[in-house]
Design a protein around this ligand. Structure first.
Ligand code: AMP
Length: 217
């Protein structure tokens, strides 16, 4: 499987990607997660990215393309991959196409989780992430069994620093201006698939799996 999950912040990409990893045994590659790890580790890349992320803006294309190039070269990505949060600009999409053409493993589909933007700010305010393993919860729609504790590893659940209302509105604006054109890019290639991203998490997952199972290699 070689897909990218698209959708505005808070559309459920990360949650669904984590489920797909379990079912299809291919890695989730999230540029947001990789950048947050770089920030936490205090690497030069992380130092460059931290303030940009806090403002809800996009990290420069060459940096994220470099991250993706390195990550796709790791052995576990040979089985396939689920990109999450990449590409976010048409430039990134073109670079990805070049990279995958060189590897002779073109992207099969860009799957858009379609959600109403009005619901997003509230949705994101409920998001909690495990500090230890990265599992994603929502206190309203997908709560952990025990408040504040990860079901998977028992780690503490925290709120991302960029999940506040001001930053979320900025991230939505960036999505509309810079990422929405990527949808047209994939539509023109005949690779865009749309799955309704609202409602029951299990039902969305089932719809997503139906699309994936119908993909041609
Ligand atoms: P996410 O976890 O996908 O919501 O990403 C969090 C933040 O990381 C974004 O708001 C951006 O600042 C940065 N980021 C993640 N992926 C990308 C990307 N493909 N291009 C540029 N910036 C990114």
């Amino acid at each position: 499987m070689r897909i990218t999950l698209m959708g505005p912040p808070g559309s459920g990409k990360g949650t669904q990607a984590q489920r797909l990893v379990e079912k299809y045994q291919v890695p989730q590659i999230s540029t947001g997660d990789l950048l947050r790890a770089a920030v936490a580790a205090g690497t030069p890349l992380g130092q460059q990215a931290q303030a940009i992320m806090a403002r809800g803006e996009l990290v420069p294309d060459d940096l994220v393309i470099g991250i993706i190039r390195e990550r796709l070269a790791e052995p576990d990505a040979e089985r396939g991959f689920i990109l999450d949060g990449f590409p976010r600009t048409v430039n990134q999409a073109k670079a990805l196409d070049e990279l995958l053409t060189d590897l002779d493993r073109p992207l099969q589909a860009a799957i858009l989780l379609e959600v109403d933007e009005e619901a997003i700010v509230q949705r994101i305010s409920g998001r909690r992430v495990c500090e230890r393993c990265g599992a994603v919860y929502n206190i309203y729609t997908n709560p952990p069994a025990k408040d504040g504790i990860c079901d998977v590893c028992g780690g503490p659940l925290v709120q991302r620093p960029d999940d506040n209302e001001v930053t979320v509105r900025q991230r939505l604006k960036v999505y509309r201006e810079q990422t929405a054109p990527v949808l047209d890019y994939y539509r023109d290639q005949g690779k865009l698939q749309v799955v309704p991203g609202e409602g029951d998490v299990d039902a969305i997952f089932a719809a997503l799996c139906a699309v994936i199972d119908a993909l041609e290699d």
